[in-house]
Design a binder for this molecule. Structure first.
Ligand code: GLC
Length: 497
């Protein structure tokens, strides 16, 4: 773990008696040291990629010891064009969730309505399963009132019929079938009780039934899987689905034969045992999407992650059950980027390299933590006076009277933390393509606000992909907004054909 920043701050020490020129030089040295600390070298990116591939292999085996859960999704390649009809999708992955109604005609989306709802924090932090899933079902009822079913379909509901519903649940799930999976552990700060170890499809269906809603949960998927499938419906060279938002994760098409932890599939492999009816035991060409849960990469031993002291502190402040977990995600995703920036700024300020108001204000417990979205807005403000960035710092965080040099320092810190995230995400994408051998021709579908709203992020990510693969080869990264929600609907459709 690097202690570079801390040592530089302590050795160089700002002194109020310093002449301006000396103070500026010291500040520059601190920034330079931050640049080195938050830049991941090409060699380190490649080391990480090779180790990630090793962890992928391990995670696909039974009884693995890998830090990657490598969860089979039970989503296989099928012809989506065989489905026409109305269905629903629910997307839960953070404090907001969405209800979507989709109409597909021969697999093509011809109509959709969707609404976003906020889940009250009491259902997320320490609430109960009934509270959380009840709240979701309640909002589905509200949605049904806002968007009544088309007249022609109302009799389906009246006669007790059900519409297929796909459920995007973006947490690690021990998936047993396309429509069954128990939560392994919460991530992203959720601590709702009574959900770990329970089948989340059952929990949701129970609350839907209580309210007589005409829906049957037929598919459960991760947001990465939804993103991959959404893009795959348009472009069958889509190999990866990636989320870079509140959380960070990826999934990809894996050969079914490599997923050795999955029980053998009697449908594709014949009856086996003593009753072999001569069906070919071969599924070499079968592909299944695997949800990597890469947020937990290298969390056990920190063998390759370029962890700084700030990252260590951030982890140490996690809720007890999330301590030492999701270490890769804690360096990449939107839930944490703002907090990394905040911690670096507080350090620089308490050592005198930024005005005291920074550590006084950003260190207060009752303030909202520094948001990744604000860090993005600060980097995007390239106007000479940086009025937007100043307004964010003063209005949202109470930090006023910052000089131009302070503003430069702050936006550089935001930029460096964001660039490191993009480099690590690019490394992981490149590693997956190396593992599957698809680096010469692949589409990568990416969704999430960190990717979509951070200036320069796509470019830095692409550079890192190039650094690992030698050049960018034939990799096309496509922003697939809404993929996580719509994908659940598409997957629900696949279960009906
Ligand atoms: C967290 C979840 C994972 C999800 C990701 C992005 O890492 O564990 O399932 O895909 O966030 O939302």
């Amino acid at each position: 773990m690097s202690r570079r920043l801390l040592s530089v701050l302590e050795q160089v020490k700002s002194d109020p008696r310093d002449e301006t020129a000396i103070a500026d030089l010291k500040k520059r040295l601190v920034l330079q040291s931050l640049r080195t600390e938050f830049h991941v070298s090409k060699r380190r990116l490649r080391e990480m990629a090779v180790y990630l591939i090793h962890e992928m292999h391990e995670g696909l085996r039974p009884n693995n010891e890998s830090t990657l859960a490598m969860i089979p999704s039970f989503v296989k390649q099928k012809n989506a064009k065989n489905f026409s009809g109305l269905l629903f999708a629910i997307d839960l992955g953070g404090t907001n969730f969405r209800v979507i109604r989709m109409i597909l005609e021969r697999g093509a989306l011809v109509g959709q309505q969707s609404t976003k709802y906020t889940i009250p924090v009491e259902h997320i932090e320490g609430g109960t399963a009934e509270g959380l899933f009840g709240c979701i079902a309640e909002k589905i009822s509200v949605f049904m009132k806002t968007f009544p079913l088309p007249a022609a379909l109302q009799n389906v509901a009246a006669a007790g019929g059900h519409f297929p519903l796909g459920f995007t649940f973006s947490f690690p799930v021990d998936q047993k079938a396309i429509d069954a999976g128990a939560l392994k552990n919460w991530t992203k700060g959720f601590t709702t009780t009574g959900v770990v170890g329970k089948d989340v499809v059952e929990l949701l269906q129970k609350e839907i039934n209580k309210r007589d809603l005409p829906m049957k949960v037929v598919a459960l998927c991760n947001d990465t899987v939804g993103t991959l499938v959404t893009r795959f419906f348009e472009d069958d060279q889509t190999e990866l689905g990636v989320i870079l938002g509140t959380g960070a994760n990826a999934c990809y098409w894996e050969a079914r034969s490599n997923i050795t932890k999955l029980p053998r599939d009697p449908q594709t492999e014949g009856s086996g045992g003593g009753n072999n009816n001569n069906k070919k035991v071969s599924f070499d060409d079968d592909q299944m999407i695997v949800n990597m849960e890469f947020g937990n990469f290298d969390s056990k031993k920190l063998l390759v992650l370029p962890v700084t002291q700030v990252d260590q502190e951030l982890d140490a402040d996690s809720p007890p059950e999330q301590l030492g977990k999701q270490r890769f995600e804690k360096m990449i995703s939107g839930k944490y980027l703002g907090d990394i920036v905040r911690r670096v700024l507080i350090r620089a300020s308490s050592h005198g390299f930024l005005p005291a108001c920074i550590h006084e204000q950003l260190g207060k417990n009752n303030r909202p933590s520094f948001e990744s979205r604000d860090a993005g807005l600060i980097t995007s403000d390239r106007n000479p006076g940086q009025h937007l960035a100043r307004a964010i710092l003063s209005e949202r965080y109470g930090c006023t009277g910052l000089s131009d040099a302070d503003m430069y320092f702050i936006s550089q810190v935001c930029h460096l933390v964001q660039r490191r995230s993009a480099q690590l995400a690019g490394m992981a994408i490149a590693a997956v393509l190396m593992k599957t051998g698809k680096q010469d021709n692949a589409t990568v579908a990416v969704d999430g606000s960190v990717y979509g709203k951070t200036p320069g992020y796509p470019r830095h990510m692409m550079d890192a992909i190039g650094a690992v693969l030698g050049d960018n080869r034939g990799v096309r990264v496509k922003y697939t907004s809404d993929g996580s929600g719509l994908g659940a609907g598409y997957i629900a459709a696949l279960t009906q054909v």
